[in-house]
Design a protein around this ligand. Structure first.
Ligand code: ATP
Ligand code: MG
Length: 639
């Protein structure tokens, strides 16, 4: 290492003495010295880059004690050694007390090198200590910042006295003002929700007796009634004899995480139930089509006064009820085929007014309000009616002694910040329909489950628990959101957001009044389910049509190519083996241009029908259907 020269400042008015001192210095150091003789030049020269200051006890009337004082302000870190002819003991002690590094008599100059070295070493030590202290302060600041930023609360318990200390953050996590925590185990347990107290006490005892690290999750209820989840953990410290002395740890508010997990579980559950419900509904639709269809055909074939007619009627009524249930399940699973149209929600509500009033009874007032410019939405009108109806019936049930049912339609904008129920929100303009009642409301547990199929709080036989599941499915399938605000005794408000569209309202084509259900055209029926295929054939033949059938698309294509006859109508299932109904239709159209199309389905597959919406204008009929409904649809398509 390159030895840097010793930078020395020498205050000495006697040139001879200065000479002697410099010579002595040079015996031990490579010196870069500045020599000054009076107050003015000393004050001008001092700066913190000197390694050492050597001061005559009194140089040209400027005493060393003053030089020391000046140095303390200008360069406090630089050591000063007093050099003097003579020096009384008490004067020397006073100088040292005031911060001189050392003193030396002029006839003992040989000690100078040693004294300087010691002064420099001490200065080095002082610096190192100072740096270490600074580093410690910095580290503490960092930790304090980290603790504050992470909103971690800190606790400490003296296990001999039973006193507990909480940091201000921990007090604030429990909704307490700084310094108001009682400082005992009892005071802590009072902050814990009664439902979690036993678990917390258990965890504390376990941690104390087993002397292990422990953690516990509990709820705390703040003065404003809000509930927060706190996760606390800690460690027990023992003395040399193994007796527990104190415990300490941290605690955090993890409410947000718990809620997110809950919402995630909830949406996973809805997804799983939806899949199950959709699968069941699909199979049931085929079965019910056969039951309804064949019993209708049987009824029509029997004499009207046949005693078995009554039994058949029972079979058909049961099948109808099963059909209605299946429809609701299908709606919930978002697998219905929708026929969306541009419509105004206010019209949907008002057109149902008289019907709703009759249904709900006279002691409930219905209010319909419009705020702002709600615009239009694109939705299946029948499904929207279903939504309104189900919500209205629930509201009625929640107001047994009467009340008010309010529909409000308004313009709304959603941003990501509005996301509720764990799901994200597509930002944009929406039409908001709120349906509020002044009924008995719901607690949080009920609210969390209302959209589940078959969840009902109503007496057996009173509710199936499918009303809101249907609503949920329809809203979701229409690209919307539904949120609940409710509290026991405070009524309920459902908010339904549907994406706003700018197009004008579409009016449906009028139904032809004089409906003849018969015809003589040729119809090709493609359906893989044998019972349904046979039923459709029989039904159509009864209404006078000529019917060809195929169980698979390939069979159907062969049939179309092979026959010279024209085919007026293709009736095909949407979901088929080998290829989709849509693809089959294209093949048939290649062979027989001009063939009309009618799709039937009990179920939609996203891959074939995007979000359950067939190409606009494509005729279809939802399974299960009655022979009559089929015949009516066929006439519409062929018209
Ligand atoms: N407006 C409301 N006020 C209070 N509770 C309601 C309200 N709407 C729904 N609920 C609660 O949600 C539950 C589920 O409602 P949902 O409409 O799905 O089924 P349901 O009405 O019980 O039966 P269903 O509609 O199939 O006849 C109800 O049983 C009730 O507890
Ligand atoms: Mg209901």
């Amino acid at each position: 290492m390159l030895e840097l020269p010793l930078r020395a400042l020498l205050l000495e008015d006697n040139p001879h003495d200065a000479e002697l001192i410099l010579r002595e210095l040079k015996t031990s150091f490579n010196v870069d010295a500045t020599v000054v003789s009076d107050e003015g030049s000393f004050l001008a020269a001092i700066d913190p880059t000197f390694d050492i200051v050597l001061a005559d006890y009194n140089s040209a009337g400027f005493p060393a004690s003053h030089a020391l004082a000046a140095l303390k302000t200008a360069a406090p870190d630089v050591p000063l050694i007093v050099i003097s002819e003579t020096l009384g003991e008490s004067t020397a002690v006073a100088l040292l007390n005031n911060g001189a590094a050392d003193y030396l008599l002029k006839d003992r100059l040989s000690r100078l090198g040693q004294a300087i070295q010691r002064a420099i070493d001490e200065r080095q030590l002082r610096r190192a200590k100072h740096e270490a202290e600074n580093a410690l302060i910095l580290a503490e600041e960092r930790i304090r910042f980290a603790i504050e930023a992470s909103r971690v609360g800190i606790w400490e318990a003296d296990l001999r006295t039973g006193t507990i200390r909480w940091s201000e953050m921990l007090e604030s996590l429990h909704g307490l003002a700084p310094g108001t925590f009682g400082g005992t185990l009892r005071a802590f347990l009072e902050r814990v929700d009664p439902a979690d107290r036993a678990a917390v006490e258990g965890a504390i005892h376990r941690a104390a007796s087993e002397r292990t690290d422990g953690s516990v999750l509990y709820r705390t209820r703040r003065a404003d009634g809000s509930v927060r989840w706190i996760s606390a953990s800690g460690r027990t410290f023992s003395d040399a004899a193994g007796r527990p002395l104190r415990a300490a740890g941290i605690a955090q508010d993890i409410t947000k995480r718990i809620r997110l997990e809950e919402q995630y579980r909830q949406s996973q559950k809805m997804e799983a139930i939806g899949l199950l419900a959709g699968g069941i509904a699909h199979d049931f639709n085929n079965l019910l089509t056969a039951i309804e269809g064949y019993s209708t055909l049987m009824a029509e074939a029997m004499r009207t006064d046949d005693p078995l007619q009554a039994h058949l009627a029972e079979v058909r009524r049961a099948a109808e009820r099963a059909t209605a249930l299946t429809r609701q399940l299908l709606a919930f699973s978002r697998r219905q085929i929708l026929e969306p149209r541009v419509l105004g929600l206010r019209d949907s509500v008002t057109s149902m007014g008289p019907m709703l009033q009759r249904l709900i009874g006279e002691n409930v007032d219905i209010v319909v309000r419009e705020r702002g410019e709600p615009g239009h939405v694109k939705a299946d009108p029948g499904q929207i009616e279903q939504v309104i109806l189900n919500l209205a019936i629930n509201a009625r049930d929640a107001m047994p002694r009467g009340g008010t049912l309010t529909f409000e339609i308004s313009d709304a904008r959603l941003t990501n910040a509005d996301a509720r129920s764990g799901a994200t929100v597509v930002p944009g303009r929406y039409t908001l329909l709120t349906v509020s009642d002044s009924g008995y409301g719901m607690d949080a547990e009920t609210q969390a489950r209302v959209f589940e199929p078959f969840f009902t709080t109503k007496q057996k036989g009173k509710g199936t628990g499918l009303g809101l599941s249907t609503v949920y499915g329809i809203v979701k399938q229409s690209g919307g959101y539904i949120w609940i605000d409710s509290a026991p005794g405070a009524g309920t408000r459902f908010s339904i957001y549907l994406p706003r569209v700018e197009e004008a309202v579409e009016t449906p084509p009028p139904r032809s009044a004089s409906e003849s259900l018969t015809g003589s055209e040729t119809i090709l029926v493609v359906e893989d389910e044998g019972a349904v295929r046979m039923l459709v054939r029989r039904a159509l033949e009864r209404y006078g049509y000529k019917v060809l059938t195929a169980g698979t698309p390939l069979e159907a294509i062969e049939l179309a190519r092979g026959s010279g006859e024209r085919i007026d109508l293709l009736i095909s299932d949407v979901v088929l083996p080998q290829m989709s109904g849509r693809a089959l239709a294209n093949h048939i159209l290649e062979a027989k241009a001009g063939t009309r199309l009618l799709f039937m389905s009990g179920y939609t597959d996203d891959a074939i029908v995007h979000h359950g919406v067939l190409d606009e204008g494509t005729p279809f009929i939802q399974k299960p259907f009655t022979p009559q409904a089929l015949a009516r649809k066929v006439r519409q398509v062929l018209a």
